[in-house]
Design a protein around this ligand. Structure first.
Ligand code: TRP
Length: 477
């Protein structure tokens, strides 16, 4: 066993526990809400192709990089401490850990708005739950959804929710409280246990709904939409968007993988695990597309509807589907599970850092971090109603029209995640002690060379370009 992983702190009880928790972190709203939305808006196949290339060439190597940094600096159990430790053992400045600090801050900020969006999901779990119960008690469990509402009333549900600050804050608070309860129970008793139940349940639901879509909806249409590339639709902005989405979806640049990596026992081989996380995450995004687009096409809806695809278009589709009430409920429960395992790791990263930094216990620290994220998220929620004309970054052209939530989403996704990834790729590719990471990676010499070249050259260049064009899109025009 590698001595560094023995340094104390908490550990996963098995490799499976780690893999499930890491996949739980990766699979989330990014796969089921953001990926189909982006693919729909950017013309389908061509975007999907670029996305897959980004994951294979940059995302997967970076997943290994982050887990490896976490375990090599293990015993620190937090992202900043881990990177500082690896830097020190490589005879380099501990200041490289500033990039891990960016990750911790990014995770905290993502958590704040993630919980708001997950709160919307939770709201749809309630309403589709009551709808299904109504259908069940009236003796028709396979009835379509929302039989007593008109189509306008169904699309109006989202607007009514957004216009109600109390309801939004309540949903946000409930979701954050559930996340907190799990993280406060520890790596072993909380995070691991949640992942072991929620992820299998998630996969069962995902497969069921995709099979349902394959038999009832316009599955062939969805397949050709997602997998036939139309290169005329491939703008530079879409490429940029694909790389950013790969980072977000794999939970890169946001402390999760470094922190989870620090809990990995020394005898677990990291490279196959990293490959598996990236493959499963991408597979789930594809399945989510294959689950959503058949329904969208068979109901004659617009695949490019944007963020309202899931909260407005799909409920309308469920309204005209047999068993729509049941399918709708299963669908929102599925998204809720995915969001919860992600928010857990969004809270864990900053909590682990704050525990190490301030020396307080897990429960108090998690509570303080969650309260902070709740307050910022609360501002995001109010940005849909009482503060709807607030544009926090109006001075910055690309964010000039962004409301509070979109501003935080934009700054984290377009600036902080790429910046952290850029720094850690440079560190690992050029500065970290070669022998140290070669042993830790467990890769064969040839694979090690390939991986290190991708991390040293391709990742910094490509990610540097995202940063540049993400922040100054006029350079592309
Ligand atoms: N990957 C998550 C998703 O697809 C979102 C996310 C980004 C995340 N960074 C993270 C989750 C860090 C956990 C930890 O929904």
């Amino acid at each position: 066993m590698v001595a560094s992983a023995q340094g104390g702190g908490e550990h996963w009880s098995s490799r499976t526990a780690f893999v499930l928790a890491a996949i739980g972190a990766a699979v989330g709203l990014g796969n089921i809400w953001r990926f189909p939305t982006l693919a729909g808006e950017n013309g389908g196949g061509a975007f999907v192709l670029v996305y897959v290339l980004c994951v294979a060439l940059i995302g997967m190597p970076m997943v290994l990089t982050e887990i490896l940094l976490g375990r090599t600096g293990g015993g620190r159990a937090d992202a900043v401490g881990s990177v500082a430790e690896v830097a020190e053992r490589s005879g380099r400045s501990r200041r490289w850990s500033i990039f891990a600090g960016v990750e911790v801050l990014a995770a905290f900020l993502i958590l704040s708005f993630y919980s708001v969006v997950a709160g919307w999901v939770l709201y749809y779990v309630w309403i589709s739950g009551f709808d299904f119960l109504g259908a069940l008690f009236s003796g028709s469990p396979f009835a379509p959804a929302f039989e007593h509402l008109t189509q306008d009333q169904v699309t109006g549900l989202m607007g009514a929710l957004f216009g109600n600050p109390g309801q939004l804050l309540l949903q946000h608070a409930i979701f954050m409280a559930v996340t907190l309860a799990i993280v406060a129970s520890g790596v072993h008793g909380g995070i691991e246990r949640a992942a072991k139940w929620l992820m299998p349940a998630f996969f069962v639901l995902l497969v069921m709904l995709t099979v349902y879509g394959a038999f009832t909806g316009e599955f062939g249409h969805a397949v050709s939409f997602l997998f036939t590339p139309d290169f005329s639709k491939l703008s530079p902005v879409a490429i940029n968007e694909a790389l950013g989405q790969a980072f977000f979806s794999l939970s890169l640049g946001s402390a999760a993988l470094v922190t989870y990596g620090s809990y990995v026992p020394g005898d677990v081989r990291l490279a196959p695990t990293a490959g598996m996380i990236a493959t499963v995450d991408t597979g789930v995004a594809m399945l989510a597309g294959l689950m959503i687009f058949p329904i969208v096409f068979s109901a004659g809806l617009d695949p490019a509807a944007g963020p309202s695809l899931i909260f407005q278009s799909l409920p309308v589709a469920f309204q005209s589907m047999s068993a729509g009430a049941l399918i709708g409920l299963a669908f929102f429960v599925l998204i809720f599970f995915a969001a919860l395992t992600s928010s857990i790791s969004l809270l864990e990263g900053p909590t682990a850092w704050a525990m190490a930094r301030f020396g307080l216990g897990r429960k108090v620290t998690a509570l303080l971090v969650a309260c902070g994220a709740f307050l910022i998220g609360g501002a995001c929620a109010l940005g849909y109603n009482v503060w709807s004309d607030v544009r926090p970054l109006s001075f910055w052209p690309i964010f000039a029209n962004a409301d509070i939530l979109d501003s935080i989403d934009g700054v984290t996704g377009k600036l902080m995640l790429p910046l952290a990834g850029f720094g850690l790729a440079l560190f690992t590719g050029w500065r970290a002690d070669r022998r140290l990471i070669e042993v830790e990676s467990g890769l064969s010499p040839a694979m090690f060379l390939l991986w290190r070249s991708l991390v040293a050259w391709l990742a910094p260049v490509a990610v540097g370009l995202i940063l540049l064009f993400g922040l100054f899109p006029s350079l592309l025009a």
